[in-house]
Design a protein around this ligand. Structure first.
Ligand code: ZN
Length: 163
């Protein structure tokens, strides 16, 4: 009887845990990344805000990023692994309060996975080198791509172009 109760309890917990586990492993199951760290290492390397976004797919509050109005020439890199991912030439003011771009530097620097959090189907964008969550991509962006990469500034680092 005890065993059976224990099994039912375990099964119940597993059922609750399952969507989260699947959600986290989806990107890594389909892709391998050049830069990998344990969760504990990431926590040490990143600030708590960076960790919440890059490793836990959090979203920063809009209009809080210093990079929102960064207008210099240069590249926006993943804050997790320093890989340049988006160029200033593709940055635009979307009015959303998050740094927005209409294209990544090239197709390899980012990957996307389907995100069904919050009852919406969205394409989540992650770094192609370390798997860090950067933001989402929508199809209501400007020409020439029509895409809007809506990114968390805290997940990015700006590398100014050398003059
Ligand atoms: Zn990265």
């Amino acid at each position: 009887m005890l065993n059976r109760r224990h099994m039912l309890l375990s099964a119940g917990l597993a059922a609750i845990g399952l969507p989260l586990v699947l959600g986290r492993s989806k990107a890594t199951a389909a892709e391998t990344f050049a830069v990998t760290h344990t969760d504990a290492e990431w926590q040490k390397m990143l600030t708590s805000d960076q960790y919440a976004v890059l490793r836990q797919e959090g979203t920063e509050r809009p209009f809080t990023s210093d990079l929102l109005h960064e207008a210099r020439k240069g590249n926006f890199a993943c804050a997790g692994c320093e890989q340049d991912a988006f160029a200033s030439a593709t940055k635009f003011d979307s009015g959303t309060g998050w740094p927005s771009f209409w294209a990544p530097l090239d197709a390899k620097v980012v990957g996307t996975t389907r995100d069904t959090q919050l009852g919406m189907v969205r394409e989540a964008v992650h770094c192609g080198r370390c798997g860090g969550h950067l933001g989402h991509v929508f199809d209501d962006g400007p020409k020439p791509t029509g895409l809007r990469y809506c990114l968390n500034g805290v997940a990015l680092k700006f590398h100014p172009a050398s003059a």
